[in-house]
Ligand binder design. Structure first.
Ligand code: BEZ
Length: 249
């Protein structure tokens, strides 16, 4: 997934803003060395630095990593499924990024390797049922065109038990986990949200058909997601957790 930092800052600034609750679960301490996995443009990474932490941000998007560097952060472009750090972080943090990584086992291998023994992994991402109405409408409109949505779905939205089991398999002890419904108000129209977040689905279609497709999905969702005051709320479901890497793993 390639991101446009200017578009992200305009249409998705609520993502790092709403990540503050996940930072509270992390409880960053001054002097800790922390890896922000999927740091985006660094809007939340800056908060960790301001809390006195020594932070490294990584993002698979070169443009987003560059935007984070422009904030003066140590940010690197790197695939979250192929982390190469070795036992150097007190904590790994991730907000709104893990659901873009469809190989969670590879992610957890890298996170476990990156942590010092006893280090913690804390974060938040889309859990089971996240944006379920949007996903259903995307699948339905693709199916109407003879396309299987599964082939284009970029998201991993696990249930609590599924993610807890994956963490355990990778040597983590889950300390806290919750699946939280969080209907999320959008700063603009659902069409902008679709053009920012659902581009892998739009890529299933020739460029000339995408605007019509987006309008169709928007129409199907109006009665469910657009409130009487005109504000769109996407049916987010967040999986928030903290886990600790066992000593000796
Ligand atoms: C997100 O990246 O925050 C996101 C992606 C898909 C659905 C909802 C949110």
């Amino acid at each position: 997934m390639e991101w446009d930092p200017a578009q992200y800052a305009r249409d998705a600034a609520f993502v790092p803003a709403l990540g503050a609750a996940a930072v509270e679960w992390l409880r960053p301490q001054p002097g800790e060395r922390i890896l922000d996995l999927g740091c985006g443009d660094g809007a939340l990474t800056v908060k960790l630095r301001d809390a006195g932490c020594d932070v490294v941000g990584v993002d698979a998007s070169a443009a987003q990593a560059a935007a984070a560097m422009a904030r003066g952060l140590d940010a690197r472009c790197c695939d979250g499924e192929a982390l190469k750090f070795g036992a150097e972080f007190d904590a790994v943090f991730s907000n709104a990024a893990l659901h873009w990584m469809k190989n969670p086992g590879a992610v957890l291998d890298g996170v476990a390797r990156a942590l010092k023994p006893g280090g913690r992994f804390a974060g938040e991402f889309g859990g089971r049922g996240n944006a379920a109405r949007v996903v259903a409408a995307l699948y339905q409109s693709l199916a109407a065109r003879g396309i299987d949505g599964d082939e284009y779905n970029p998201w991993f939205f696990p249930a609590e038990k599924e993610y807890a089991a994956l963490l355990a398999e990778h040597g983590f002890t889950v300390e806290r986990m919750a699946l939280l419904p969080r209907p999320t108000p959008l700063p603009g129209d659902l069409a902008q949200w679709l053009n920012t977040f659902a581009t892998p689905f739009l890529a299933a279609l020739p460029a000339g058909q995408r605007a019509g497709f987006t309008a169709e999905v928007r129409r199907a969702l109006t009665q469910h997601l657009r409130r009487p005051d005109g504000v769109w709320h996407v049916d987010y479901m967040r999986l928030r957790f903290t886990a600790r890497r066992a000593f000796g793993k």
